[in-house]
Design a protein around this ligand. Sequence first.
Ligand code: TRP
Ligand code: SF4
Length: 404
Amino acid sequence: MSAVESQQRVLSGMRPTGKLHLGHYHGVLKNWVELQHDFECFFFVADLHALTTHYEDPYIIEQSVWDMVTDWLAAGINPGSATLFIQSKVPEHAELHLLLSMMTPLGWLERVPSYKDQQESLKEKDLATYGFLGYPLLQSADILIYQAGQVPVGADQIAHVEMTRDIARRFNHLYGKDMGYEEQAEAAIQKMGKKTAKVYRALRKRFLEQGDEAALETARSLVREQQNVTLGDRERLFGYIEGGGKVILPEPQPLLTPSAKMPGLDGNKMSKSYGNMIGLREEADTVVKKIRTMQTDPQRVRRTDPGDPDKCPVWQLHEVYSDTSVKTWVQEGCRSAGIGCIDCKKPIIDAVLEEQKPIHERAQHYEENPELVRSIIAEGVETARDTAKATLEEVKRAMGLSYR
Ligand code: TRP
Ligand code: SF4
């Protein structure tokens, strides 16, 4: 696959955590729905990732998977434009993970911020496991097996994509040797003189093997300073710092999801564990009830008391759902006690129900035809496997495992 094709390919995954809520919709799914029009998209359920933390109680995973895929479809992910599949159904992810594990320095995994953080925050679980340590590498395999150039993720996942870039670079460096080019580059290095050559080699190694960006910069200025090299050699010396061999696994870019934090019913980030969520496919009557009983500015006890939207979680929902004129109406009406909280919540209720209408319609179709969801996944698995197998074959050949 060419670099340009790789840039056009998007891959992202989600852990199966059960039914999704509006936070997932605003934070991730709306973005996926847009991307599917402009890119070749692969979206998958990361069920193996779920096992890294739920290995003791895995039985909830299966139902979560089908609920989540139904949510994706309900949100408007179109199986005609995007490829949808389940990670463990494409065993090439696991095989690439194993192969990559051979060349992954332990320190890279131990350094990933989520490793220590999650062990701390999920103290009730024993996460001192091999699988948990390796899970960012499994994520690298997920990305690299499709040679995906773009990976939509939230801020907490950027470090994983960065590590994936390091893995790809190291892989290409170790196994992407292209002889003619290398010999020419080596000859150019010799021409710089013994001492400079030695420094250049050391810096290059530091960048290629450890992803040390400072070493890359220093090596570049070293080449820039050379007086007696030809233009061709200069180009070669620049390119060679960053590898210069064949690119078998292209380096992916994180595509930071452009979303504000979706507030929950209590003003904190919407999350299942906080119990402050509205389900993506939640029934209208409970949606209405939840919003009606939402906490407002605690200072505003009576209808005649003026309030302060900055101290009210309802206002945060206006920030997501309301246009400028409604927002002005809230600000003025609240501060002057011109409107009541019930009035204020009305446009939010309407907006959420309106947003959910097409979601419910699509969901109903899939809820009534669960076999349809199964067959969408079966088809996605097949498409994904074709791509994954092709990459894996190249990887194995590069690593000396072709046996022809
Ligand atoms: N680790 C991600 C999460 O916890 C899910 C995930 C797994 C993923 N593999 C991926 C996301 C590959 C993007 C690309 O949310
Ligand atoms: Fe909150 Fe609106 Fe009531 Fe003001 S009027 S306290 S913003 S719900």
